[in-house]
Structure formats: structure tokens, C-alpha cells
Design a protein around this ligand. Structure first.
Ligand code: SF4
Ligand code: SF4
Length: 505
């Protein structure tokens, strides 16, 4: 088991609602962004003298622009339905990690400056001035929300804490208090094209290596093209897919599916990243700038369709915002949705019978599936309601003989966050990440013990990276997390593929 500098919660049969321990995560704060990471995103490099005034001004801007933000701040009736629904509260016991308490950190300032009662009778309505202490609390606790939206499923008014935490981060950025991890990464996307800072030649090299590996293993010349003009499909995928385990096994699977489907496809150096961290910091402007690269790449390469790889929040941005931020995509083939998910593509091919699949290639595993928050609760997939739940499961069942779902209270729209979403996948927040993974780890361990589950599949790069890190803290193995297209890749029998005996020769 990994050695922790903090107490790792014990796994029980079910997650219990913990007794409150005031202030237990007050110390948890991500590194702040220096001026060099703030300024390229259009934010000040440090806290200005008149920061209170500027922050209140920014809050006023957001209230004017986003009706939902004001409605969420006005409509909470303190019913308590959300209090025990957040994985960070369940894992840390800190009462400020209850969704309603997190919202109140911002709501009390909103009331003070934007409501009649708060201006004249602040104590009566729990309104407070925006002080340095309040700002510090914002920085800490709005970086303990992975914007997973689980709490909103249980709120009778549909109040979305994720939107409140995005707004809080946008206000903080506007006064020079940004988070290093997200802002440095967004800068890298602008400068180099992807989160990992991989330049074009490094991508080309990696893809060439994949082609050689697949050829060696199968005897079939499957292509992993980059910047191929005139290809039918542009694939935009998280940069983790280019090299990290288990992500890259998924990318190998995409290539095999396209090969067997007989369609031409390409990756692009211009849009070599599906992730869009503009969403995590609540900045539509940065989200738009990042999204525009997808449009540029599609025009540059003359493709007819755009398909997104396995990435949760990228799919949310693509599905919910791409057309607004970077559209219209009227130059693409109107017969296909813009964008399309790689799972939809593979699902359709399976239904058409294009793919020859040998499920027994995955018989060494008993699979379960982790619904990623941004796919489950912030987008859809395919052409029917609930497609985001059914399509991944249908694909897994088409390529594996052994599948078991986890406790229904932790799957589909009630899924628990992996603990590392929303811009929190950084080592400076490891305690939060490990504790926040408690509900998912509890459900997983139960299926391991009761149903012999050996592996958990996911379709989100952040979930996969997070689980690789946190599984060992809970006595599980880091390689128990797999990509869904890794399973597809194992099962596909390519046309002309050499047999197992030939491989050994
Ligand atoms: S959005 Fe998710 S992380 Fe944020 S408060 Fe709600 S349940 Fe917790
Ligand atoms: S469930 Fe909704 S209305 Fe009830 S306390 Fe939470 S945010 Fe407020």
C-alpha cells in the first residue's frame, strides 16, 4: 500500500455519513499560479490593492451574464438534501465540504453586496463582507469541489454547486488568485497545443511506435495518422492517450476500430488535446480559445467529421459547448452529429456487425464500469436518452464475458466522482484526492469481494490517472483501472490478423 502523510479512511461495507470535524481540511490548498501563468490567460499576476472592489465587480458581471448563477444563490431553502452527497464531505468529514456550506461561502458575500436585506441587515441574513479570511476560505474550499454535480441531482431546486464553484474560481482569477495546475496547463495548450507540452515531432514519433507495436503483435498494418489532409474523421483525444498507461491502450483500440470500419482518420498537432481546463476555472473565454483549435484543425485538414476520444470533461465541453464556442460546423458532413464520441462510433460499428470480436481475449478479467461525472451528469451520448450510461456498458458487454455493475447508488446519474476531477488532479492536493475517492473505492472493493471483480473500466483520462494513483492507498493495484477501448482492442480480430500460434513463432 502507498505510504500516506495523512490518515487514509478505512473502507467499510457502505459509506457512512461521518460526524463533523470542523476545519479538518482548512489547510488543503493547491499551489497558486505565479504571474507567468496568470498573464497569458488574461488575468492579473498578483492581488491588486483594490481587490475587494474588483472581486465584487466581477461577481456583479457574472450575475448579469448568467441567470442560473443568481437563481442558484437566491433559491436554496436549506433543506439539507445535499449535505451528505459530496464525496469530499464523506471522505474528509469537514462540514465546509457539504455542498450547501460550500455554496454559502459565496452566498454570504453575494447577500452582503447584492441584496437589500444583506446591505442593511447583514447579520439577520448571514451576510458578510469580503475579507481576506473569506477569500482564503474560497481558495481552499472551492478547490475542494470537483464540479461533479452529484449534489445537484439530489437538490429539489436543482442548484448546481459546480457552477458556483466555477464562478468563484473565475472571480479569484480576475483578482490574480489563480491555481497553478490549471492555469499553467492552459498556457501550455496555447503555446504548444496540449496539456503535456508534447511538440509535433514527439507525437509523430509516438504514433510511429504504436504502428510498429500493432504490426508486430498482429501482423496487420494499422495506421495511426497525424495531420493527414483529406481524412474523413478528425480524432481529438486527451494527450495522455499518446503515451500513458492505461490511456494509450485505448488509443490503440480507436485505431483498430477505424481500420476495421474502413474509414480514414487522423489526429492533429493543432488540436492534440481534447482536455479543456477553461471549464475548470469557469472561464468561457479560455474555453472558447481552446475550443477554437478544434475548428482550426478541422478546417486545416478538410475532414468531414469530428470524433472525441475517452475524456470526461472534454466530452462535456464538446457536447454542451463546442457548437456555441467554435461553431457553426456547417462545413462538416451533416449526416453525423458534431461532435461524436468514440464510444458512439464503436457502438454503431458493433451494431452494424463490422467488427469481429473475440470476447474470450478479456476472460482473464471480471469488469466493472465507473461512470465519469461529466459524461453521466453533464452530457449525453448517442441518439437516445440514457445513452451515456447504456452505450459504454453495451460496448463492454460486447467485448467481455464478465461484467458486474457496482452498487446502483454509486452508478449512472448517482455516480461518485473519482476524487480528482474539476482541476484537482495535482499532487499538491493528494490528501483531498485520496479521501475524496472513498465512496468509489468502497463500492469497488465490495464488487471485488462479492463478485470477484478484477478491473474497473473508465472513459475519462482524469479518472484513469486518478485511480492509478489512489487505488494503492486502498490496498488495490494501480493497474486495476483500464480504458474501455483497451478492452475493445484486446477483443478485435483484425482482418488478416496472425493467430496466437504465429505470434509465438
Ligand atoms: S459538485 Fe460535486 S464536488 Fe462539488 S459540492 Fe457538489 S458533490 Fe461536492
Ligand atoms: S439540497 Fe438544494 S435547497 Fe437543499 S440545502 Fe442543498 S442546495 Fe439548498
Amino acid at each position: 500500500m502507498a505510504k500516506a502523510q495523512f490518515e487514509v479512511p478505512e473502507l467499510g461495507e457502505y459509506v457512512e455519513v461521518p460526524a463533523l470535524v470542523e476545519g479538518t481540511m482548512a489547510h488543503s490548498k493547491p499551489f497558486t499560479a505565479k504571474a507567468e501563468f496568470q498573464e497569458p490567460l488574461g488575468y492579473p499576476g498578483e492581488l491588486p490593492e483594490d481587490w475587494q472592489e474588483k472581486a465584487i465587480g466581477k461577481m456583479g458581471d457574472l450575475l448579469g451574464k448568467y441567470r442560473s448563477f443568481r437563481v442558484f444563490l437566491d433559491s436554496c431553502v436549506k433543506c439539507g438534501a445535499c449535505t451528505d452527497k459530496c464525496h469530499y464531505y464523506l471522505g474528509t468529514k469537514d462540514p465546509k465540504n457539504m455542498p450547501v456550506a460550500r455554496q454559502d461561502l459565496l452566498r454570504k458575500v453575494y447577500r452582503r453586496y447584492f441584496t437589500f436585506a444583506g446591505k442593511y441587515f447583514p447579520k439577520l441574513v448571514g451576510a458578510t463582507d469580503l475579507t481576506r479570511e473569506v477569500l482564503d476560505d474560497w481558495y481552499s474550499y472551492f478547490h475542494q469541489c470537483s464540479q461533479c454535480r452529484r449534489c445537484s441531482v439530489f437538490c429539489p431546486y436543482g442548484i448546481d454547486t459546480a457552477e458556483i464553484s466555477m464562478a468563484a474560481r473565475e472571480i479569484m482569477d480576475s483578482i490574480g488568485v489563480g491555481q497553478k495546475y490549471c492555469n499553467e496547463i492552459i498556457g501550455k495548450v496555447f503555446r504548444i497545443g496540449n496539456n503535456l507540452g508534447l511538440p509535433g515531432p514527439a507525437l509523430a514519433d509516438t504514433l510511429e511506435g504504436l504502428e510498429e507495436d500493432v504490426l508486430d503483435e498482429t501482423g496487420v498494418d494499422v495506421k495511426y495518422p497525424l495531420d493527414e489532409k483529406g481524412a474523413e474523421i478528425l480524432v481529438v483525444t486527451p494527450s495522455a492517450d499518446f503515451f500513458a498507461e492505461p490511456h494509450v491502450d485505448g488509443l490503440i483500440g480507436y485505431g483498430k476500430v477505424f481500420h476495421e470500419a474502413g474509414v480514414s482518420w487522423t489526429l492533429s498537432t493543432t488540436a492534440s488535446e481534447a482536455a479543456n481546463f477553461g471549464m475548470f476555472i469557469g472561464s468561457y473565454e479560455n474555453m472558447r480559445r481552446i475550443s477554437m483549435r478544434v475548428r482550426e484543425a478541422a478546417l486545416e485538414l478538410g475532414v468531414k467529421r469530428i470524433v472525441f476520444g475517452e475524456c470526461g470533461h472534454a466530452w462535456r465541453v464538446a457536447y454542451s459547448f463546442l457548437n456555441t464556442l467554435a461553431g457553426p460546423f456547417d462545413f462538416l458532413d451533416p449526416r453525423y452529429p458534431v461532435p461524436q464520441h468514440i464510444l458512439e462510433f464503436t457502438y454503431n460499428e458493433i451494431r452494424k456487425g463490422t467488427l469481429k470480436l473475440d470476447k474470450s481475449q478479456n476472460d482473464h478479467m471480471v469488469l466493472t464500469y465507473h461512470d465519469s461525472c461529466n459524461v453521466a451528469r453533464a452530457s449525453r451520448m448517442g441518439s437516445f436518452p440514457g445513452g451515456q450510461f447504456e452505450i459504454p456498458r453495451a460496448v463492454i458487454k460486447a467485448v467481455c464475458n464478465n461484467f458486474v455493475d457496482m452498487d446502483p447508488e454509486t452508478t449512472h446519474e448517482k455516480t461518485f466522482c473519482c476524487g480528482g476531477g474539476g482541476g484537482l488532479l495535482t499532487d499538491d492536493l493528494m490528501e483531498l484526492r485520496v479521501k475524496g475517492a472513498l465512496p468509489r473505492m468502497t463500492a469497488l472493493k465490495k464488487t471485488v469481494e462479492e463478485s470477484g471483480v478484477t478491473h474497473m473500466a473508465a472513459i475519462c483520462a482524469i479518472c484513469k490517472s486518478q485511480f492509478t494513483k489512489v487505488l494503492p492507498y486502498y490496498g488495490l493495484e494501480m493497474d486495476q483501472i483500464v480504458s474501455v477501448h483497451q478492452l475493445v482492442s484486446n477483443a478485435i480480430v483484425l482482418t488478416g490478423q496472425k493467430s496466437g500460434d504465429e505470434e509465438e513463432d
